[in-house]
Design a protein around this ligand. Structure first.
Ligand SMILES: Cc1ncc(COP(=O)(O)O)c(C=O)c1O
Length: 502
């Protein structure tokens, strides 16, 4: 009988495998054996406090009455759709056709949705197929068109556009190509910074050169300070190679003026620094105006071609932010400006080692840079959805700013853009001592108590960098409603009262 035969064969095979040579098993890999740069890298946005929040979330699931709050409020990460932000309908309808092209034969969607999906399908063939390593040509053309329009006609070349798996991928690619792996490679990063940069620099064994933003002047840049740092780094044998700028800022929420950008480009031009312009929050502006580094560079090149012709810039954008909020879909692009063709070839080689960026992410980039236009069937709905998201960001940012402004022992700068506030918390010696007795930094202690008492999860400023002796927290203003802000205010007053100096 067949069943018997199978049993017999199996046991015979097993028997064969039971006979092994005689040896002492080698031990497993330990932390000592691995890449120490990975061990050293830190990423606060998913660090101590968020990990504790996960623990508490599990506790609430198994025993809903075990904690003094009903749910965890994730204000630690700019992840809008985790916090009930709805996706834009146009995006998801087009994507659903890309995943299931049979929907083109139905009447489910408006004509412009179907037309766009068809164009993307023509360009990609299938989202299940690898694309060109630099990204689908049709999408790169759309991106170039978008940039040119955004920058009032400054030429954008599709061959300089690299589609990426989120902006994080672009940052890693730039560092991979430009840094040699020697400790003397210096990278200027803003402080406070988005921890991707310190983590990625740790992985590349490069030396971060922190330049401090001026908190009291809405976290603006101080060009003399940057100039000084470049000089002093050189005098210590460090070669500054890259200057990172995050505009609008994470965690600061600041938006750079055109003047500030001009000054930064001047320093870069003089010292041969490649600029990484992390512009993923370019759509999230509430106060002021967004100027792209590319457009300001073009302006400087028009005025003084000979001084600025060698400036090299990598400008990054992402589908994770703006009103798109599609963090999980991993779409992004980088535009390389001013690089020699042999260096661009290296970027292409690097991209080809990973085959291609996520193809649905590439499609999303196209939808982000080329939304429905006036007259298209989906236009009105798309505009209404975008406006609702933008308005809710703005009103939440303002509500939070006002709530913090009224509290004692908190100083907060008015948010101009992005999705964050980085208020300064004035913590006294009593808090510092208690925190130390728990093996925590003072801002970690504040964040931990906030989490344990209210369920609000935010990130201590120490994870982003801050002036020695000052303490901050970074919060997004994405969680729904404003009730949680009131809970935070109540916690803050009680905390300050409890640890007041006697
Ligand atoms: C300043 C900044 N750059 C890059 C990223 C990474 O974005 P992505 O999801 O596109 O990798 C983030 C994410 O929060 C960010 O805040």
């Amino acid at each position: 009988m067949p069943a018997r035969v199978i049993t017999h064969t199996k046991s015979k095979t097993l028997k064969q495998f039971t006979q092994v040579r005689d040896f002492t098993p080698a031990p497993k890999v330990t932390l000592k054996d691995v890449n120490q740069h990975v061990v050293a890298a830190q990423y606060a946005v998913r660090g101590l406090i968020p990990m504790k929040a996960e623990e508490l979330r599990e506790k609430l699931t198994s025993d809903p009455d075990s904690l003094p709050f009903e749910s965890i409020i994730n204000a630690n990460i700019g992840n809008p759709q985790q916090l009930q932000q709805p996706p834009l309908s146009f995006y998801r309808e087009v994507l659903s056709i890309l995943q299931n092209p049979k929907l083109l034969e139905t009447d489910l969607y408006a004509n412009d949705v179907k037309e766009r999906a068809q164009k993307l399908l023509n360009a990609a063939q299938s989202v299940g197929a690898y694309s060109h390593s630099q990204g689908i040509a049709y999408v790169r053309h759309s991106v170039a068109h978008f940039i040119q329009k955004r920058d009032n006609g400054v030429f954008a070349d599709p061959s300089n556009i690299f589609l990426t798996t989120g902006a994080s991928d672009a940052v890693k690619a730039v560092l991979e190509v430009l840094l040699t792996g020697e400790k003397d490679n210096g990278v200027l990063i803003p402080i406070p910074q988005y921890p991707l940069y310190t983590a990625a620099l740790a992985l590349k064994n490069a030396t971060p050169i922190p330049y401090y933003l001026k908190e009291e002047q809405q976290w603006s840049t101080d060009i003399e300070h940057i100039d000084e740092l470049v000089k002093s780094a050189k005098s210590f044998g460090i070669t500054p190679k890259i200057l990172v700028v995050i505009n609008p800022g994470n965690p600061t929420g600041a938006v750079l003026t055109r003047e500030a950008i001009r000054e930064i480009i001047e320093v870069a031009a003089q010292n041969g620094l490649v600029i990484i312009a992390d512009e993923v929050y370019q759509e999230n502006i509430f106060d002021g105006e967004f100027f792209s580094f590319k457009s300001v560079l073009a302006e400087l090149q028009n005025e003084h071609a000979e001084k600025f012709e060698n400036v090299q810039l990598a400008s990054l954008h992402s589908t994770s932010k703006g009103v798109s909020g599609e963090c999980g879909q991993r779409g992004g692009y980088m535009e390389l400006v001013g690089f020699n063709s042999e260096i661009k070839q290296l970027f292409l080689k690097l991209a080809s080692i990973s085959l291609c960026p996520v193809v649905t992410g590439q499609a999303l980039v196209e939808l982000m840079v080329n939304p429905p236009k006036e007259g298209d069937e989906s236009y009105e709905r798309d505009q209404a959805e975008r406006k609702a998201i933008h308005d809710s960001y703005k009103s939440k940012a303002e509500a939070m700013y006002e709530a913090f402004s009224e509290l004692e022992n908190i100083e907060v700068q008015k948010p101009q853009g992005a999705m964050y506030l980085f208020p300064r918390i004035i913590l006294n010696d009593v808090v510092k001592e208690v925190a130390e007795s728990h093996g925590l930094k003072p801002d970690e202690f504040y964040c931990l108590r906030l989490l344990e008492e209210t369920g609000i999860c935010v990130v201590p400023g120490s994870g982003f960098g801050q002036v020695e002796g000052t303490f901050h927290v970074r919060t997004t203003f994405l969680p729904p409603g404003e009730e949680w802000i009131k809970h935070w205010a109540t916690f803050h007053k009680e905390f300050m009262h409890k640890y007041a100096e006697i």
